[in-house]
Design a protein around this ligand. Structure first.
Ligand code: CTP
Length: 424
């Protein structure tokens, strides 16, 4: 089975110079099997252990190792190279590579990429046990953890040099599992407000400075009794990414979120709610705003009278749940007479007739723009790291290419800023 988080994930693998480099070949194979695309960069030392050709054959893509070679990879600069991935993985991460990273050096393609990337890095250390236990290495590891790097391993085991102890690189499958865990959470590293324009990409930096944006995200959970609820599969990744992008574009951002496993986007005011009614109250309290973006998957119904006590089986057959419709928060905000946000954006998750349904939703809810996604199983359904959106507005329909949810968030914020400037 293809794991949903790895299918279509883009991994940038940096291979350091150690005997464990050959295990990185297996890692590439495992990742490809699961549907991920893998780009490989090798340090000069890594090429002493494994040939670039082996990685090219397994990854199906050219391997990069030279910071200055303009001919490599059709002129893609190292900055773009470092940012097109969803996650950067360093395996094996040697003592030398960890030290250079901890120092912030940029003296080859690997370290420059690690410094320039806007994604988190997952490091799989591999070295002799004394090198691993050395206070200098442990200091570097602590520094890197503090900087937000993730680690997998090292494992205890017999070293190539015959000693026994910690320092063996984690097994490829353990690294795959760690990559999957890392992809469950946003991997983009946000910039402080007011900076971050990316040449050639959506210019979002500071474009929303002085504006206020309210975003809803995640599912809602409607209690049946104190331990059970009605819910849905929303991961919240898209909504959280939008809040992060709005903040990165300089907006004061309030995120009203149902239960998710995601960390709060930095510098965003997060209001945690569980039910649709709580979300409605929190959104009302968060308004007025310039932009309202409803990315939450709000439960359409709630249980009429949730039981105060846990429902018991008691042999009387299954209980009957009476459902009541929840308020439509998006429609309420879009039709506010007083204090309507200048731009109201809704989402439509459809399994069929994407554009027609989205058009109807646009009209019925009274919003300015609908971001329509297909959640049909063949399109990847809910929860993955990327998304293919079709933008439906009164101006027409525009199908965007499939991209990372974080990229889609930046593109949407850029579009919102442009529309705001034009007055919708
Ligand atoms: N939404 C909302 N409040 C609700 C239901 C939905 O704010 N009670 C918002 C969602 O955040 C999303 C949009 O409305 O932006 C689309 O919701 P959806 O549930 O897909 O549409 P429905 O109106 O329920 O239509 P249908 O179930 O027929 O697809």
């Amino acid at each position: 089975m293809i794991e949903p988080t790895l299918a279509r994930a883009r991994i940038l693998l940096i291979v350091g110079g150690g005997v464990a480099a050959y295990k990185a070949l297996d890692l590439v194979r495992r990742l490809r099997e699961r549907g991920a695309s893998v780009r490989v960069a090798m340090t000069a030392a890594a090429r002493e252990f494994v040939t670039p050709l082996s990685f090219e054959a397994l990854s199906g893509q050219p391997v990069r190792f030279d910071l200055f070679a303009l001919t490599e990879d059709s002129g893609m600069g190292h900055i773009e190279f470092s940012r097109e991935a969803d996650l950067v993985v360093v395996a094996p991460a040697t003592a030398n590579l960890l030290a250079r990273m901890a120092q912030g050096l940029a003296d080859d393609l690997a370290t420059t990429t690690l410094l320039a990337t806007d994604k988190r890095a997952l490091l799989a250390p591999a070295m002799n046990l004394r090198m691993w236990l050395h206070p200098a290495t442990q200091r570097n590891v602590a520094t890197l953890r503090g900087d937000g790097a993730l680690f997998v391993g090292p494992d205890d085991g017999e070293m190539a040099c015959g000693e026994y102890g910690p320092g063996r690189m984690a097994e490829p499958l353990a690294i795959v599992a760690a990559i999957e865990r890392a992809l469950q959470e946003p991997t983009a590293i946000p910039l402080p407000p007011g900076v971050g324009a990316r040449p050639g990409k959506a210019q979002t930096s500071g474009v929303l400075a002085g504006r206020r944006v309210v975003v809803t995200s995640g599912p809602t959970q409607e209690p049946i009794d104190p331990v059970r609820y009605l819910g849905n599969r929303s991961s919240g990744r898209q909504g959280h990414a939008i809040a992060a992008a709005a903040r990165a574009a300089g907006a004061e951002t309030i995120l009203v979120s149902g239960p998710t496993g995601l960390p709060d986007p930095p510098d965003v005011a997060v209001v945690r709610i569980e039910t649709a009614l709580e979300m409605q109250a929190a959104v009302r309290a968060a308004l007025p705003a310039d932009i309202f973006i409803a990315a939450a998957a709000v439960a359409d119904w709630r249980v009429d009278r949730a039981s105060e006590q846990k429902l018991k089986k008691r042999g009387a057959g299954a209980p009957t749940l009476t459902l009541t419709e929840n308020p439509d928060i998006l429609a309420e905000v879009a039709t506010l007479r007083k204090g309507r946000p200048s731009l109201v954006i809704g989402f439509a998750a459809e399994t069929e007739n994407l554009v027609d349904n989205a058009r109807r939703k646009l009209a019925r809810k009274g919003c300015d723009l609908i971001v329509a996604n297909s959640v049909a199983a063949k399109d990847g359904g809910f929860g993955g790291p990327d998304n293919q959106a079709t933008i439906v507005s009164h101006d027409g329909v525009e199908a965007w290419p499939r991209m990372a949810k974080t990229e889609l968030a930046s593109a949407l914020i850029a579009l919102a800023a442009k529309r705001l400037e034009k007055g919708r």
